[in-house]
Design a protein around this ligand. Structure first.
Ligand code: ADP
Ligand code: MG
Length: 597
């Protein structure tokens, strides 16, 4: 090492202080546990996942889950499974202690969710845990508690057969993790999703979830997948499922697929399992989506609940501590099996369902229960708010259609396109996208004009609409409520899984109300910071479900009003979903097409 040159400026930097050198030593058990726990216990939902999987491994037929304050204050999972003998309760909380595996060879034939023996130890390392358990042939139960540093002795207690695990003060000793928790609402929603997925994987088990004491989910445990799907996703969705069951070269794919009209703006409803274990595997998601190619609009994802069953020896489930990923010996064969099974099932749908959707929102099947409700047709494109022109920045002068004087409306083609003549050429406008764009900007401007101004124009419903929705949407209502109200909705909870809607923004098509709410109610992915996301999402949804559709006839006045509004809307002529809305043919292009030049 070169010697420092003596001058003050040249003195070497202070070495980073990483703590006093104390010699290499084996870490105390609780420190090692807290470090390793980080991999298994990421957030409250991962605790719920591990506890519910333990209950399923214990052959429970009823599992009830309580979450308080997003899991910060309490996570409790109670089951009626086989229980843990009092003599083994201490072991259950120790790392690498499991009843599910004894030799390395067992790893190739694992049929339980757990096998790593680290979940309870991990949770106990980062929270206060109380486990009460009783085997059914014992007269009393036993209890153990994890305290600050060590475990309590095992004590006898009165208890029902089965196991109850209570987790409090989650991450109390790891403030860094605690600080990363999202809002209670988002964490609750994530916990609910974990149990919902388990309930779909195991329709034979009765599940119950309470969030802050309120029932958020309940399945009967008696019915098949369709019944569980109805409880978890809502009755409306359950009527849009097709069964899948197909064996391709020893890979059995079973479950249900959603009708294209049950597609969803997120991948939350793409629930894939391998031998009953929920996985998040890109290649499998891609296989399902590939089967839907051409059936879904851009930005929508299919509903699918599929279990891929194959020889456990061909799958390595021990890839990651959370076991969310697996590795296949022959990934290509699995991909093909999934794609074929999905394609086969989709082919069973009638030709109408398979028709490529030509317009957003118009593909609800006639039997979806909504066809009887016709939307009030008091919509008029010309209803622009007089303030709009002042609120919004002036349009870009280069815009092909800017300036009302520079275009002339020629007519409507195919009830889909508005044909316009400009100084330099001919234009074809997608009437839905153009109108959507105008409405989107208007709703956003309404939001941004501040809380003290008037809420957006609303239309009251003579008979309120009752909508049965998925628990996840009910859970999302609290966070979305203020903004929905501002946009002109009057929406309230009406029973456990029902929403009552008594007003909607002016022009909203009631036949699309269920889809609209599905888009705007879920918690934004980043929870607390999602306000801007919420606004954008709500504006885009209201616009989409109120705008003129492909196929709607418009009068000259309506078309001209729309064109005027559009020319005053900033941001270029694409719809909020990013599709182009205008096709221009320049004079030069026309001349060359007609060989005039
Ligand atoms: P793993 O599930 O990987 O075996 P865990 O730490 O999750 O590890 O659980 C340790 C052991 O405790 C399990 O192997 C099982 O024997 C027992 N156990 C945990 N939860 C339950 C439960 N709800 N019912 C019965 N036994 C349980
Ligand atoms: Mg486990």
């Amino acid at each position: 090492m070169a010697a420092a040159g003596g001058g003050e400026e040249l003195s070497p930097p202070e070495p980073a202080r990483v703590g006093r050198w104390a010699g290499i030593q084996q870490l105390p058990q609780e420190v090692a546990n807290a470090i390793a726990a980080g991999e298994v216990v990421e957030n409250p939902a991962s605790v719920v996942k591990e506890l519910v999987e333990n209950s399923l491994d214990a052959a429970a037929t009823r599992i009830s889950v309580d979450i308080e304050n997003g899991g910060r204050d309490l996570i409790r999972v109670v089951d009626d499974g086989q229980g843990i003998p009092a003599s083994q309760l201490l072991l259950a909380l120790m790392r690498h202690a499991t009843s599910k595996l004894t030799a390395i060879a067992d790893l190739t034939t694992i049929s339980t969710y757990g096998f790593r023996g680290e979940a309870l130890a991990s949770v106990a390392a980062v929270a206060r845990v109380v486990v009460v358990s009783r085997e059914s042939d014992e007269l009393a139960g036993a209890m153990i508690e994890s305290g600050e540093e060590r475990l309590s002795p095992v004590r006898p207690v009165a208890a029902a057969p089965g196991t109850s695990v209570e987790v409090r003060e989650l991450f109390g000793n790891t403030p860094a993790r605690r600080a990363f928790l999202r809002t209670a609402r988002s964490e609750s929603a994530a916990c609910l999703r974990v149990v919902s997925e388990a309930a779909l994987a195991r329709p034979d088990v009765r599940f119950e979830v309470r969030l802050g004491g309120r029932k958020a989910l309940g399945t009967s445990g008696q019915g098949g997948l369709a019944e569980a799907a109805a409880s978890v996703l809502g009755r409306g969705v359950a009527s849009k499922l097709v069964p899948v069951e197909r064996n391709t070269g020893g890979v059995l794919v079973v479950g249900v697929l959603g009708h294209p009209s049950a597609a969803h703006p997120t991948r939350n409803r793409l629930i894939l399992m391998v031998n009953g274990r929920r996985v998040q595997q890109r290649s499998l998601t891609a296989a399902v989506e590939a089967a839907y190619r051409g059936l879904l609009e851009v930005g929508r994802h299919p509903l699918a609940i599929l279990d891929i069953r194959c020889d456990p020896g061909l799958v390595d489930v021990n890839v990651h501590p959370t076991k969310r990923e697996v590795r296949f010996r022959d990934e290509g064969a699995i991909f093909e099996a999934v794609q074929r099974a999905c394609w086969g099932a989709l082919r069973e749908l009638g030709p109408a369902a398979l028709a490529v959707p030509t317009t957003r929102g118009a593909d609800l099947p006639a039997d979806s229960g909504w066809s009887g409700l016709t939307a009030p047709t008091n919509f008029r494109v010309g209803q622009s708010s007089p303030l709009l022109a002042e609120q919004l920045p002036k349009p870009d002068g280069a815009d092909a259609l800017s300036g009302a004087a520079r275009w002339r409306y020629l007519g409507q083609a195919h009830n889909r396109y508005l044909v316009v003549e400009t100084e330099t050429g001919l234009g074809l406008l997608d009437q839905h996208a153009a109108h959507e764009k105008v409405l989107y900007a208007r709703v956003l401007a309404d939001f941004e004009s501040g809380a003290e101004s008037q809420p957006s124009p609303s239309q009251g419903l003579l008979t309120p609409i009752l909508l049965e929705v998925a628990p996840e949407l009910v859970a999302g209502l609290a966070g979305a409520h203020a903004l929905l109200e501002r946009a002109g909705f009057d929406l309230e909870l009406f029973g456990a899984a029902t929403l009552r809607c008594s007003a909607v923004p002016l022009g909203t098509r009631l036949s699309e109300l269920d889809r609209l709410l599905e888009e705007v109610l879920p918690e934004p992915p980043d929870g607390g910071t999602g306000e801007a996301f919420r606004r954008h999402r709500l504006a885009a949804s209201v616009a989409c479900h109120s705008a003129l559709r492909f196929g709607d006839e418009v009068t000259r006045e309506e078309a001209e009003a729309l064109l005027r509004d559009l020319s005053q809307t900033p941001g270029g002529i694409t719809c909020p979903h990013g599709r182009p809305a205008l096709l221009m043919l320049s004079g030069a292009e026309l001349l060359s097409a007609f060989r005039r030049r």
